[in-house]
Design a binder for this molecule. Structure first.
Ligand SMILES: Cc1cc2nc3c(=O)[nH]c(=O)nc-3n(C[C@H](O)[C@H](O)[C@H](O)COP(=O)(O)OP(=O)(O)OC[C@H]3O[C@@H](n4cnc5c(N)ncnc54)[C@H](O)[C@@H]3O)c2cc1C
Length: 381
């Protein structure tokens, strides 16, 4: 499948893999137990502008193409076992930095993108609410105009990296009577008075990307906090989510490769009944299925990245990539545990963490049921 890459894409992958092996091959077990983001690891990624890989160089990013960026993310995932760290980094890139690059004023781009690219700032996207999940445009957080300010009130939940993030792209309604056309997007620094992360939410996986709940209590923002025009929030949300669905799972492809390497080595060396377990067809066929799932992921990622690089929408393709990668991650993690037996089930192997990390993939960025609805619509069903 390497043949799918151009030479610059392969180089971006090799470079990121070498970087991750040298700087990010750190056992995340303690951070996972503590539910803590590895901030130093994020800063290290920032020293090579990984959080801003495809952000234009004039705004402090690395200026790579989208296919190069996804190849590099795959390389990072292969070399770095801290899936939550890379999840938080990618959430910041695709759902905060990219919308600012696309919809921001020059002043907003100059103010935020260099920090979001060099790791001094981590971004988080806040849309979900207690009563607005899949039906996201029923959100109730309200923004009202007061002279030169906006005043926000409401509650956001399930927000990736909220306890650690510095900047939030947050969606609120500025005109509830207009439904999706009344939604607007705001850029909110974490230290804004009236803005508070009130709870860190304990959860199954991705614990190194801690998740939080936010309360907005008469949170006053200057007019220039609005991203894009008033009433353009739904469009900005869809833009961010298309990127997230198509790209955020790229590092997990590296995780799948690491798992397969592990399982192949184990199956060749572990002996039962006097022979390596790889000689049992039940085991070798499971490894073959893992390899097929892994190798069929990259074409989806590349098709998405090349379509976006050509300036075209890739809504259905993003949903297909998201379903395919997230379900491959879940199934391969389970199959890796079956292959390694009780050792795979133990914390020592690190695969039980992969399995826990993989479950969220079928839920975030819109559940896979919602992705299937989007694809069905594209098929005019
Ligand atoms: C790991 C993780 C990270 C997240 N990060 C963020 C974040 O950073 N920012 C943020 O804003 N949110 C985030 N979320 C929230 C996420 O976007 C929501 O969980 C998701 O949109 C689903 O909403 P819900 O959980 O309220 O489920 P619900 O919408 O209540 O859905 C419950 C069930 O009903 C099904 N369902 C609902 N409507 C339909 C329909 N029309 N057709 C078919 N089935 C349907 C769903 O598929 C699901 O099975 C995150 C969630 C997770 C798990």
């Amino acid at each position: 499948m390497d043949a799918l890459w151009s030479e610059p894409e392969r180089l971006a992958y090799e470079d990121a893999l070498a970087f991750a092996r040298e700087h990010l091959a750190f056992d995340p077990r303690d951070h996972d137990r503590a539910g803590k983001l590895w901030r130093e690891g994020y800063l290290t990624c920032g020293s090579r502008l990984f959080p801003g890989l495809c952000i234009p160089t004039q705004f402090g990013g690395r200026g790579l193409s989208y296919p190069e960026t996804l190849a590099a993310m795959e390389g990072l995932g292969y070399g770095c076992p801290d899936t939550g760290l890379l999840f938080a980094l990618n959430a910041s890139l695709w759902t905060v930095a990219m919308p600012i690059a696309q919809f921001g004023t020059d002043a907003q781009r100059q103010r935020w993108l260099p920090g979001l690219s060099n790791g001094s700032l981590l971004g988080a996207n806040a849309a979900s609410e207690p009563n607005a999940g899949s039906d996201i445009f029923s959100l109730q957080t309200q923004a009202t105009r007061d002279a030169d300010s906006w005043i926000l009130n409401g509650r956001k939940t399930w927000i990736t990296a909220a306890p650690a993030a510095d900047l939030f792209l947050l969606f609120a309604t500025t005109d509830p009577s207009r439904g999706p056309l009344g939604i607007s997007a705001f850029l909110i620094p974490a230290n804004t008075p009236g803005f508070q992360v009130v709870r860190t939410i304990p959860k199954l996986g991705m614990r190194t990307a801690p998740m939080g709940e936010i309360l907005l209590n008469n949170c006053r923002l200057p007019a220039e906090s609005l991203l894009g025009r008033e009433g353009r929030g739904a469009r900005i949300f869809q833009f961010a989510l298309e990127w997230e669905r198509g790209a955020i799972l790229a590092p997990m492809l590296g995780t799948l490769r690491r798992q397969l390497d592990r399982c192949l080595d184990f199956a060749r060396s572990r002996k039962q009944f006097g022979q390596p377990i790889a000689k049992f067809q039940a085991v070798s066929h499971r490894l073959v299925d893992m390899a097929i799932r892994l190798e069929s992921c990259r074409p989806f990622l590349l098709a998405f990245a090349r379509t976006k690089a050509a300036g075209r929408d890739a809504l259905a393709l993003a949903s297909m990539a998201k379903i395919h990668l997230s379900e491959a991650f879940l199934q391969n993690s389970l199959d890796a545990i079956r292959t390694l037996g009780a050792y795979g089930y133990s914390e020592d192997a690190g695969i039980e963490r992969d399995l826990r990390d993989s479950v969220g993939g079928v839920l975030f960025s819109g559940t896979n049921d919602i992705q299937r609805n989007i694809i069905a619509q594209s098929l005019r069903l």
